[in-house]
Write a protein that binds this ligand. Structure first.
Ligand SMILES: *Cc1c(COP(=O)(O)O)cnc(C)c1O
Length: 373
């Protein structure tokens, strides 16, 4: 480890294993990967390469510029879909780079069709319909207009019809069924087009998964829903103690002196703060682990550091540079997120660029034993 620099470990083997687990989970549906926000903060290029080697042939990303950055790193048979769709004026760039837009409105569809006509090409697209989340996708009245006039799709090869679940992280929410039925009804008008509704949470709803599943957080080790987490953790975060001090009872710690010691205490300073995406809301709430022992965060989290109460820990764990586990075997991203009052997605996507990044490679799968005839 670079002294003074926290280290982020990203286990590509776990990402590959999670992809395979999810693929078994959703079979016979196809597993696609979501790599928006730089692969949930873990490096879209490394993640995409890993998924592609596992056989993934569809990737979803939020923005056109993210898609363009990824395009040249992947073989042409891997489709890259832009979830946020087409902003006016971006059509030629999208077409030139062979990116597949997710068309979210009749307006986007019209501009994409015009681009196809102008370039005298057939252009690929996914269609997104809004089945109740009110975020992206054609609302019901636009879907009706489209179904009444299919000529609007001229020049466009629709390779996927999709929608997105609002409540998939709550497996027993009845709105999941409502959205599924709406999606079934609309997608029935597009026979032969692959259908995609489920995200990670949807993959564990215990019903069939249409044709394609778009998973993000479960690939990255986050729990897909409120239940037990079936996937392998992907991320580890470790820092080294900067300084340890012993203070008497009644001593204030950190900005605002929001923590005051009740006894003589040992306070260790850890060089990770909110500028590293370590949530400020963890002040006086979260914890870290030293030599497997839970150590509470005391006082406010600063920009580049935080203070933890190490009173009672053995001195041989408390030297400058001694390892501190922020995320790891004792503390999952979901635990950190819960303590911080947020979700694992936010913890991952805020992970600092300052961390030293260590990618653990994919290990070779043991060869499948052939079954005797
Ligand atoms: C982010 C996103 C996903 C992936 O969701 P996870 O909960 O991370 O699996 C799938 N589909 C769409 C449209 C998304 O925006």
């Amino acid at each position: 480890m670079v002294p003074g620099c926290a280290r982020l470990t990203i286990d590509l083997d776990a990402i590959a294993a999670n992809y395979r687990l999810l693929r078994r989970q959703v079979a016979p549906a196809e597993m696609a990967g979501v790599v928006k926000a730089d692969g949930y903060g873990l490096g879209a290029g490394r993640v995409a390469e890993t998924l592609q080697n596992e056989g993934c042939r569809r990737l979803f990303i939020a923005l056109l510029q993210e898609a363009i950055a990824l395009r040249s790193t992947l073989p042409p048979d891997v489709a890259i879909y832009v979830l946020n769709g087409l902003m006016p004026g971006s059509e030629p760039d999208c077409a030139a780079h062979g990116i597949v837009p997710v068309l979210n409105s009749l307006d986007q569809l019209e501009r994409w069709a015009a681009c196809a006509a102008q370039s005298e090409r057939v252009l690929p697209a996914a269609l997104q319909v809004d089945t109740g989340m009110s975020r992206l996708g054609m609302p019901a009245d636009e879907v009706d207009v489209l179904l009444a006039d299919r000529s609007r799709l001229k020049g466009i090869n629709v390779s996927l019809i999709m929608s997105h679940l609002a409540c998939a992280d709550h497996a027993d929410d009845t709105f999941n069924g409502t959205q599924m039925r709406r999606f079934e009804a609309i997608s029935a008008h597009f026979p032969g087009v692959a259908r995609a509704l489920d995200n990670s949470g949807g993959a564990f709803l215990g019903r069939p998964h249409f044709d394609v599943v778009r998973a993000g957080i479960s690939l990255y080790g986050g729990a897909p829903n409120q239940g037990t987490n079936p996937v392998r953790p992907v991320v580890g975060l470790e820092a080294g103690i900067v300084q340890v001090r012993t203070v008497p009872a009644g001593t204030g710690v950190g900005y605002g002196l929001s923590f005051v010691t009740e006894r003589e205490s040992q306070i260790a300073t850890v060089p990770v703060g909110y500028a590293d995406g370590w949530p400020r809301s963890l002040g006086n709430r979260g914890s870290v682990y030293i030599a497997g022992t839970r150590v509470p965060i005391v006082g406010r989290v600063s920009m580049d550091s935080m203070t933890v109460d190490v009173t009672g820990l053995m001195a041989d764990h408390l030297y400058a540079g001694a390892p501190v586990e922020l995320i790891g075997p004792h503390q999952t991203i979901d635990r950190v997120a819960c303590d911080a009052g947020t979700i694992s997605y936010e913890i991952l996507t805020q992970l600092s660029r300052r961390y030293e990044r260590d990618y653990l490679p994919v290990r070779a799968e043991p060869p499948l034993r052939s079954v005797a005839p």
